[in-house]
Each structure stands twice: as structure tokens, then as C-alpha cells.
Design a protein around this ligand. Sequence first.
Ligand code: TTP
Ligand code: MN
Ligand code: MN
Ligand code: MN
Length: 431
Amino acid sequence: EKPGLELAVVSVPSYACQRHTPLLHHNTTLTDALSILAENAELGENEGRGVAFRRAAALLKSLPQEVRGAEQLRGLPCLGEHSLRVIKEVLEDGVSHEVETTTHSEQFKAMKALTGIFGVGAKTADRWFREGIHTPSDLQRSGHTLNRAQRAGLQYYDELNLPVTKPEAVAIGQIVERAVHAVLPGAEITLIGGFRRGKQTGHDVDFLITHPDEGREEGLMRKVVSWLEAQGFLLYQKTTGNSYLESKEGPARPASNMDRFERCFSIFRLRTDNEGREIQTGTEIQTGDGSQTYSPTLTNTDPHTHSDTHPHTKTDSHPLPQTLVVVGDHAQKVSWVLGHSQCSGPRSWRAVRVDLVVSPYSQFAFALLGWTGSKLFERELRRWAVHEKAMTLSSHALYDRKRTQYLRASSEEEIFAHLGLEYIPPCDRNA
Ligand code: TTP
Ligand code: MN
Ligand code: MN
Ligand code: MN
């Protein structure tokens, strides 16, 4: 008997929300391959295909050991024909031809680079690609009219593509807390998204804000944003009010996965190093017009030759860590960009994407569950609710369609219980 056959007899449930999926698992070679194909499908706006690859990858992430042979996969759910073919190829040859072709394709590389610009989605990126725009610098040269988000996205491209560290997330959290408490004492702030799931880095930092006295949170976001702006913490923000009450569909039929909370998509100006230490304002370089300018390293567009050590970081005049800028490379040992103003010299802050959401207290547990992710875990929860329980789950509420009533919950545990699911803690929702 071959070793490892025991995997096949372990019964694995088919919804990701029924399983524990830790951040670190035993099958990264396989899941990396499947993730590339998922990403490619999503960039090509083939959502169904993307989900199929994501589900297959999530299944492998939940397995208790490394898969060494295809025979160990017998009886496992979520593995479609295409995913199985890719897995077998990687197991036998170490690589998948399709994955290799994808990662080397000009279209995939361009679509990744363009959608890596904040404010640019797959549709826009595809239109630009077909006009011959393949990189952010191509876009800058093209003279296209960009919206406010895209202009900010292009301006801070390099920095926003560097991972945000945990200490940076904590530092942002302290700023958000100061802002929220300045305008509404007693409000509660919770770190959500990937960092709540235990990730050590993220593409942004997400926070959920609420207040125990229902109603006090109304209109809070505008005030928080005004405070942050007055203090110079925001490089960009787009705030939307709560549209939940006015919406005709009601929580049972959300128009999309988008919720209707007061929210703010923003870019913070963070004045700490990547260890979360505050940087003295004295190290800032002022340009002629009084503003710090940063010239993104857009002149060098090949991601692989993009790494360079900034010569200025070698000066002894400031205590900042030496910075290596690597863009578009997975092996990022990077700290943050110690940018350089055009009049030369280091800059003492970096741009960080931050999402803020405000929820009424009575919806807090649903908002917390809905904003903790992962995206696939959320999707699987909603699919489970509809198909297995005849319920509708959103980030606002849970509706039981058989009993025609909303089910209240003041904790995530209660929501899992309503759904007839074992409680899965945030660290095991990394599907
Ligand atoms: P993200 O911040 O996009 O993802 P993440 O935090 O899991 O990972 P990363 O480290 O790359 O930032 O989304 C966080 C959660 O918020 C995710 O579960 C989906 C949810 N979400 C909504 O519910 N509604 C929205 O409109 C958006 C943008 C996200
Ligand atoms: Mn996030
Ligand atoms: Mn290259
Ligand atoms: Mn986010």
C-alpha cells in the first residue's frame, strides 16, 4: 500500500465555511498554481471559472497534510476536471504548462499591472490593454483622462503595491481610534479583513466602527473623515453614506455582495516606519511649493528589473531602515518605500490603502462576519445559507425564508449557530 492513502478516507465537507482553513497549510505549490488560473479567469471577467479554481485551492488549503499523489485526491469534493488536471501536472512535473503560459503571457502581466492601480478594474484595464497600454507608465504617457481614484492610484502606485505590515496596520489603527474618539467618544473600532484572520501583511487595512447606543453612529463617517483631513492624514478618500434604510430591496435581497454601510475607501499618509515607529517630522523634505512630492519609479517598468536600493538611504543623517523597492515580485522582502522628492532626499511617510466601515450596533455581528473574509469564505457562507438553509445572509442581516423572519445575532458565534454550522474562528477562515 502506498503511504498517504488515508487522506482519501478522511471525509472533507464541500463548503469552505464547514472547514478550518488556516493561513499556513501544506499544499502551497498546488494552491499557488490554481490561484494564478483563478486570477487569470477573474481578470478575463470569467467569474464562474475563477470561483471553481478558488474552491479547488481552498479545499487543498484545508487538508491536514501534503498531497503527494493524485490517488490521495479520490473522493474529495470541489476538484473539477480542469483543476484536477492542473494538480496532477504539478504533482508529476513540478509545474503546470497552463500556469507557465499564463504567467508569461503579455496580457496577464499587463492586466495585473493595470488592475494593480487603485481605481482600475478588469473592464477598464482590458480596454486599455487593447489600445496598447500595458504598464502604468504607458497609461501616464497616454494622456487618458483618469478619475480621482485612478489619479491617486497612479501617483502612489509603487507604495500601494508594497504589502502593508502588521505594525503599520496597528499604527493606522491608533490614528483611526484618535479620529473616531475625537468625534464620538464611546465608539468601538475593530480591525477586520485579512489582519483579523491573522495575516502578517495586507494590501490594505480594514476597520469596522460602531457605537453601543444605536443611532449615535449615524453620519459618523463624514465627521471622522473631516477630522482625518484636518490633521493631514488623508491623501485620498471617497466616502459614501448609509443607503441601507432607503433601499427598496431590503436586507433579504441585497442587489449585490456590496453592502450599504457608511464607508470610506481611502489612502492614508502614514508617518511611521514599517515597524510602526513614529517618524519625526524633522526628517521630512519640503519642496519649493511647500508640499512633499514623490516621484514614483515609473520610469522603470519591468517588474523584474525594478528592484534597486535607493542610494539616498545610505546616508547617515536619518535613522530610517534601508529600503529595497521590489514591485510586482512575490518574493518581497520589502519594507516600505522610502521615496525621494524631486529635489532629492528621503521622504518620511508612505501611502497606505485603508477601508473604513460604520455599522449600527444591531448589525455589528453581521458586518464583522461579512468584512472579515476571506472573499471565498464569505461567498461560501452565503451559498450555504441559500442552498442548505433557505436563508439569506448579508453583512446587514440573516433572513429565514421558511419562517419569514430575520434572525438576530449579537456575535459571530450566534450567526454560525443560526446557520447550523460549527463556529470557525477568523484565523481558520483563510479559504
Ligand atoms: P479586502 O480588504 O479586499 O481583502 P482582505 O482584507 O481579505 O485581504 P487583503 O490583505 O488583500 O486586504 O476585503 C476584506 C473583506 O471585506 C472581504 O471579506 C470582503 C469584504 N468586503 C465587503 O463586504 N464589501 C465590500 O464592498 C468590500 C470592498 C469588501
Ligand atoms: Mn484588507
Ligand atoms: Mn520581466
Ligand atoms: Mn479592504
